[in-house]
Every structure is written in C-alpha cells, then in structure tokens.
Design a protein around this ligand. Structure first.
Ligand SMILES: C[S@@+](CC[C@H](N)C(=O)[O-])C[C@H]1O[C@@H](n2cnc3c(N)ncnc32)[C@H](O)[C@@H]1O
Length: 633
C-alpha cells in the first residue's frame, strides 16, 4: 500500500497552513467554524466517533453526531429497474426513482458524484401535520422495507414530541450532506421552507455548504388572499434558501430577456437580426479623437453635445453604419443612436429576492393547474407551481444540466424541466426521487386507483409531456414556415425502485453459518432478474443509470457492454473460454482508442459452474487481450 508523506510541522509556512485549511474546507465545510477547525467533528467524519460535549458556535441538537455518521454509511440496498412502468426506456435520459431518499442518495454517490448542476427540494416543512420520515440508523434498509410494506399512513412529527425540531434536523442533515456531494463545482441547491424550520435550515446549510456559499433567502409570495381565521397574521409567503457548492465558481444566468417580458425591444426597421432597442451614441467625458461630425440619412449635420463625444471612433462608426447598427429615428433625421440586439445581449436580468405570484404562480394556481391535468380531479395537496421551479432552472441550469429533486411529490420538477426544454430547446435531464408514500385511504386519488404518490407523479409526467408536445405541435402549425422545427423533447423516464441488494451477502446471518455458506455459493437472490443485477453492477462501478447498454451475443451468451468498453458484463451460466475470447475481440472493436486500463469485466461467480479451469483460462485469455480488471458477483 502506498504510504502518505506527512510534511514536518515546522516546514509549513503560514500560507501552506491557510491553503490546507482551505482544502479541508472544500472537503468538509462543516468542520471549519469561525476560521478554526472543529477537531471533534473531524474525528467523527473520519471514523473516530468521540463525544461532542464541548460547546462552540454551532447548531446542536439531540442526535446530530449519529445523523452525521449516518451520511457516511453505505447503503445495503439497490435500485431495481422497472421498464414496464417507464416511458421510452430505450431512449430517455430522465430518471424516476421510488424509495427513501437517504438510501437513494447513498446509492447515487458514485454514479452522480459532482454531476448534478441544480437541486430543488421541497421537504416536509415540519408543520406538525406533515409526516417526517424516521430513519433507523441500525438498519435503515430494513426499516424502509418494513415501512413501505404496509399500507398505513406514515406517522407525523408532532410538536408534543420532545424532539420535535431534532427529529426534523436528524432527517434533513444526512440527506443534505449527501446531496452536496452530487453537485457540480458550480452547482446550487434551492430548498423550499416556511417559518417553522427556516432558521434551523439556514444554520444547517451554513454548516454543510459553508456560510460563504450562501446565495440568497428568497421570498415566494404563495397566497393572493388572506385566511381571515388567523389570529395574528395570515402568512402569504414561503422561503426558498439557495446555497452554492462553491460560490466563487458559480454564476447566475439571470432572467431571460424575452420580447414579451421586456417590450423595450422592438424591430421598427425589420432587421433580420431580430428585435433591438436603441442606446445613447454619445458618452462623456469628451475624448477628442471621438469628436467628429455625423451626417444623418436626411442630410442633417450632428456633433456630440457639449462635454461629450461619440461612443466609437470615426472608423468604427463607418463600419457600424455599413452593418446597419446606427439608428437615426424612423424619419432618418434624429440624433444617432446605437442598436442593441436582444439576441446579442448575453447577460440576463438580475433576479430580485422577492418572487411575486404574478411572475411565478401561487399555491392555489398550482393546485388548479394540476387538477386540470387530471381532468378536474384533486389528487395531490400543495404542489408547487411549475413556474416557480422553472425560474430556479432558468437562473442556475444550463441546457444539458442534470437536475435533482429528492422530495419530488407530484413531480413538478420533472414538469418544469420538460417545459423549459420545450421553450429554449435545452436537453436538461431530471432525477426525481419519491417515497412510495400511500395516498390517504379516503382520498380522491385512492378512489381513482392511485395507491401511492409515485403512481400519481408518473401519470402527471406522462400527461404533462403529452400536453407540452401538443402545444409545441400547435405552435408549429400556427406559425408555419416562420418557426424552426422544435428539437425532439425527451418526455420519457426510466423508473427504478429501491429494494434490498440482489446479492445475498447483505442478508447473511452470522448466527446461522450453514445458511450463510449456502447463500454465498448461490450468491444472487433467486427472485431477481439479470437486469436487476446488471444495474446493481452499474451503480457499484459508478456508471450513470441512463448510460446506453449494448447487448451482444457471444457463444450463445448475452454480453453487455457500455461506455466504449469501459464496463463489460456477462451474467450467463455455463460459461466457456469462447466467451472470454469473444469479449477480448469485442473490446477491441468498441474501444478504438486501444486497451484502456480502466476496462472492467464482470461475470457471475456461479457462471463458471464451479470449474476452476474455465475460470483460470478466462482470466488468461482476457489478460492476453490486455484486460486485467476482472471481477465476479
Ligand atoms: C412537500 S412534498 C413535495 C411537493 C412537490 N414539490 C410538488 O410540487 O409536488 C414532499 C414530498 O416528499 C416526500 N418525502 C418525505 N420523506 C421522504 C423520504 N424520506 N424520501 C423520499 N421522499 C420523501 C413526501 O412523500 C412528499 O410527497
């Protein structure tokens, strides 16, 4: 094993110490408090779980150390593919994952590390009426399977519980911690919240993301009329906290300048470059080389006003005239002005922190629109408006970003991603995660056959996708030749469901050696499919779940290959050396770059039927083809 060299303390300059502090802060922002290192927190993170009795400037609550440790544990679960509940499985790059988000976030750590540009979440606000998922640190996967195996309403976190805020914070802390790892270096997270937990949430985010990465505390005007039964105030807003992973490398796109939003842009001379607005062509203070006489198209002679000069030199002005970039008014007789085209204005409008419902929609509006999508049926309480999430996307996502929502409810985020892609031709992809929370027994949704929230959400995505496509088609028909053919919109989604691992190892009971031994010989659970296992391998090797998987038949066995040969998997039984030969050849075909040290080949242990000879020869043959990274499951 490689040894790490530890430089001697006295050789470290102050600068180096500062650099080290900075690096530590990048990896573990929560251990730097007011410029000092919280060694106790660091110990916890590195596996030495000490007591955190000492007081310091930090938000503390009952269970915090455990919550911190929980974020470090591996999941014992997996994500099982569900093509039958998906849409356009073969082509889509969107993901819909059913399961407890803590386990799911753990499972996504490898494949989506530093890959997600924007996260939007709308967690339970801890109102005392909403349920707050209780993790079981001893065996969270078992806890999940037990909880979801029963069709009961999940219990709420009530104020009479002595650990009211602690319970909520214990739920949020590990999830936010894991979510941060998934953000790209210029990624941001938006979190909807109200007065119940906004103060605690902000402190926790200061700790997890670093105070210096705070972007804004937005106010969303969610109601348009007061609730008169309220004793004091009728709250008409929610908050949205926004934190960056690293504010220094993060930029805001600004709000789009559209012709509708900004009618200062017009096109009185039908310029083929589109709408424009005119700007002053004279500037101050006066620079003598930029003072010259201009003759307007009508023949009028104009000089810059007293103390000012023209914006450009005469040579540049002449070039601008030739390019039809100077405007003298519709009569051609006015003072020259410069044309600024909307298409050339790069920076958007700087957003303000107060988001009014006239701009992004209010809560009732969101409920109404969702109802319309479901033919007038009210299936989901308190969805967020599509416009609200669309605004977050406009500000901080790029056209091909991955967007994550791990409290996705009715899947408004999926809807907003599709809507924005349709509007600006982008190819953003979403990952929605949602617990299979049962719908209330007497609800309209249950009566209509929707047993869980994901069932409503998946149907919402289908309906929203269809509607957006229809709207696109209608626009093309209306505008005919004058509109560009819209880019193909991805309205599909791949469904995965959280479950225990496909491999028995996790379930082995040390108290019952015989069963454990038997299980390790027949390592793979009998009720699991080849696809289940294939995706578990992808997750373990850190490959994205939407990666294109190519199937090949070699000596009558199916061999899966992805990422130009970076992973090759064969889960067939009764393997022969001909399969190894075929894999070697396949690898050369799909990897034109030549042998890549990262190529990994995975077989099923039982695929060798206990034959050491086939196994040894397989390894030898693959080695001859330059492949040394071979594993079995
Ligand atoms: C306030 S709702 C989100 C609503 C969503 N923004 C919308 O517009 O429809 C919060 C959602 O998080 C889900 N949830 C709560 N705990 C969860 C957990 N541990 N894992 C995944 N989802 C969870 C709840 O079932 C609920 O649907």
């Amino acid at each position: 094993m490689q040894k790490t060299n530890i430089p001697q303390a006295e050789s470290k300059s102050a600068e180096l110490v500062a650099q080290n502090l900075e690096q530590l802060k990048q990896i573990f922002p929560e251990v730097i408090k007011e410029g000092r290192v919280d060694f106790e927190a660091l110990n916890d993170l590195l596996g030495n779980y000490g007591d955190t009795a000492e007081e310091r400037f930090a938000l503390n609550w009952a269970g915090k150390a455990n919550a911190r440790r929980e974020a470090q544990k591996r999941s014992t679960g997996t994500l099982r593919p569900c093509p039958e509940e998906s849409m356009d499985w073969d082509n889509t790059e969107n993901l819909y994952i059913e399961g407890d988000n803590l386990e799911v976030l753990k499972l996504l750590q490898k494949s989506y590390h530093s890959r997600v540009k924007m996260i939007y979440i709308d967690p339970p606000y801890n109102t005392g009426k909403d349920f707050v998922y209780k993790d079981n640190y001893a065996d969270n996967m078992k806890n999940y399977l037990e909880l979801t195996g029963q069709d009961k309403k999940l219990s709420t976190n009530t104020e009479s519980d002595g650990r009211y805020h602690s319970n909520w914070l214990n739920m949020m802390y590990p999830r936010l911690k894991l979510a941060r790892n998934l953000l790209t270096d210029d990624g941001v997270i938006f979190i909807s919240i109200d007065d119940n937990e906004v103060a605690n949430l902000r402190k926790v985010c200061d700790e997890i993301f670093g105070e210096e990465n705070f972007v804004a505390q937005l106010i969303w005007e969610r109601a348009f009329a007061p609730v008169n039964l309220k004793k004091h105030f009728s709250e008409s807003h929610d908050y949205i906290l926004c934190f960056a992973k690293n504010l220094d490398t993060t930029s805001c796109n600004g709000l789009r300048r559209t012709e509708d939003a900004d009618n200062r842009y017009q096109n009185p001379d039908n310029d083929p470059r589109g709408v424009w607005q005119s700007d002053n062509f004279s500037v101050g203070p006066r620079i003598i080389e930029k003072v010259y006489e201009i003759t307007t198209p009508s023949g009028r002679k104009v000089l810059p006003p007293e103390g000012r000069c023209w914006l450009l030199t005469q040579k540049r002005y002449d070039e601008f005239v030739k390019d039809n970039r100077i405007w003298y008014g519709s009569e051609g007789n006015g003072v020259p002005r410069i044309k600024r085209f909307l298409s050339e204005v790069k920076a958007g409008i700087t957003p303000m922190t107060l988001w009014k419902y006239v701009e992004v929609g209010h809560s009732q509006d969101a409920t109404q629109k969702l109802k319309q999508l479901f033919d007038g049926n009210d299936f989901f309480e308190y969805p967020k408006p599509v416009g609200l999430i669309q605004r977050c996307l406009e500000l901080y996502s790029n056209e091909d970003s991955i967007i994550l929502d791990f409290f996705s409810g009715s899947a408004t985020t999926a809807h907003a991603v599709m809507q924005l892609n349709a509007e600006d031709g982008g190819n953003r992809k979403y990952i929605c995660v949602q617990l299979p929370e049962p719908t209330p027994e007497d609800s309209e949704a249950r009566k209509a056959g929707y047993i869980t929230i994901p069932e409503i959400a998946k149907e919402r995505i289908r309906r929203a996708g269809k509607k957006i496509l229809e709207e696109q088609k209608a626009k093309v028909e209306k505008e005919g030749l004058f509109t560009e053919e819209p880019k193909k919109l991805d309205t599909g989604f791949k469904v995965f469901k959280l479950d225990s691992s496909n491999i028995n190892e996790w379930d082995s009971d040390p108290g019952n050696l015989e069963t454990a031994l038997n299980k390790s010989l027949f390592n793979i659970k009998t009720d699991r499919s080849e696809d289940d296992l294939l995706y578990e391998i992808l997750i373990k090797y850190g490959i994205e779940l939407t990666e294109k998987i190519n199937s090949h038949i070699i000596d009558e066995k199916t061999v899966y290959e992805m990422g130009a040969g970076s992973l090759i998997v064969c889960l067939a039984d009764s393997l022969s050396t001909a399969v190894a030969e075929g894999i070697g050849k396949l690898y050369k075909e799909v990897s034109p770059e030549g042998v890549d040290a990262n190529c990994r080949v995975v077989f099923k242990e039982t695929g060798f039927n206990g034959s050491d000879e086939v196994k040894t020869n397989t390894l030898l043959i693959l080695k001859q083809h330059g492949i040394t990274n071979v594993a079995t499951v």
